[in-house]
Design a protein around this ligand. Structure first.
Ligand SMILES: NC(=O)C1=CN([C@@H]2O[C@H](COP(=O)(O)OP(=O)(O)OC[C@H]3O[C@@H](n4cnc5c(N)ncnc54)[C@H](OP(=O)(O)O)[C@@H]3O)[C@@H](O)[C@H]2O)C=CC1
Ligand SMILES: O=C(O)[C@@H]1CCC=N1
Length: 267
């Protein structure tokens, strides 16, 4: 089963590296890139063959598209005539609907839309999948298998994908943003940067593990840290006064709205 990955930037490489780590044969992975230097880099790093989009599509059984939403339209035009019956198309692009992709490819092409995230690079990804109108169970199983080499996979109705994009697709960026701020705070208070980084990163990893392993609600875990009249209460009070929780809500709604805008062509 040969897989072609069209567009191997940040997300495409996360998928590619996951497939290679999971033991997928590199002679069954084809990649395409716009810049020759990037194509060469991927060939040297992973041992995969790089080529033109049309050639990759003709040689592959499954075509995974990981270009920016803004590049989707021209890419679909470029590959449409190379598609053959039996090809499965998997799109990782934010916003772009299965209906849009189906409308640009030969009638009946099965399309599965995926919203992954970059922790896939360390096999801790979270991917949502939504099938288009020409998919059967075998197509869905194939994509579940493909993505499960990079972390967890869950099927959702396509109408939920804008919200999923806002919370888990973009999610790692919010976490890194908070981590940056906490490290900066440590530095402001006189800690060496390396010390602040070590303490914040381990706190993040430990907290994530606590959430997953206890299954407790985050409010319960937060209350466990917040001693009466103590340091945590002082900090949380300031965050509440600054309306940080409301800002998080509004920020994720902005991400969801941007995903919707990408789907309606407001690029
Ligand atoms: N980054 C993330 O965390 C996530 C990204 N996604 C989705 O993944 C997709 C890619 O995002 P991301 O990896 O961040 O973006 P990048 O810009 O890092 O990667 C896209 C890559 O595709 C290449 N490319 C563009 N057009 C073509 C083409 N016609 N043929 C071959 N290669 C092409 C680009 O080349 P060039 O540099 O020359 O433009 C670039 O290397 C997007 O649709 C995004 O919505 C989804 C979830 C998470
Ligand atoms: O920022 C973006 O548009 C992409 C989609 C989700 C994460 N990164």
């Amino acid at each position: 089963m040969t897989v072609a990955i069209l567009g191997v930037g940040a997300m495409g490489e996360a998928l590619l590296s996951g497939l290679v780590r999971a033991g997928k044969r590199v002679d069954e992975i084809l990649v395409t890139e716009r810049r020759p230097d990037r194509a060469k880099e991927l060939t040297e790093r992973y041992g995969v063959e790089a080529m033109e989009n049309a050639t990759a599509v003709k040689r592959a059984d499954t075509v995974v598209i990981v270009v920016k939403p803004q590049d989707m339209s021209s890419l679909l035009d470029e590959i449409a005539s190379s598609m053959r019956p039996g090809h499965l198309v998997v799109s990782l692009a934010a916003g772009i609907t299965t209906a849009f992709i189906e409308s640009r490819l030969p009638e009946g092409t099965p399309v599965v839309r995926v919203m992954p995230n970059t922790p896939a690079l360390v096999d801790e990804g979270m991917a949502a999948i939504a099938p288009g109108s020409h998919c059967d169970d075998a197509h869905i199983r194939e994509v579940q298998e493909l993505l499960s080499s990079t972390g967890r996979v869950s099927r959702v109705p396509e109408k939920q994908l804008d919200a999923v994009t806002a919370i888990s697709g973009s999610g790692p960026a919010y976490v890194f943003y908070v981590v940056e701020a906490m490290i900066e705070a440590g530095v402001h208070m006189g800690l060496p940067r390396a010390t602040a980084t070590e303490f914040v990163v381990q706190t993040l990893v430990g907290s994530a593990k606590l959430l997953r392993e206890t299954g407790d609600h985050p409010t319960v875990l937060r209350e466990g840290v917040t001693s009466p009249g103590g340091t945590t209460a002082a900090a949380i009070r300031l965050l509440e006064e600054g309306k940080v929780r409301a800002d998080f809500l509004a920020a994720m709604e902005a991400a969801r709205d941007r995903s919707r805008a990408l789907s309606s062509g407001q690029i």
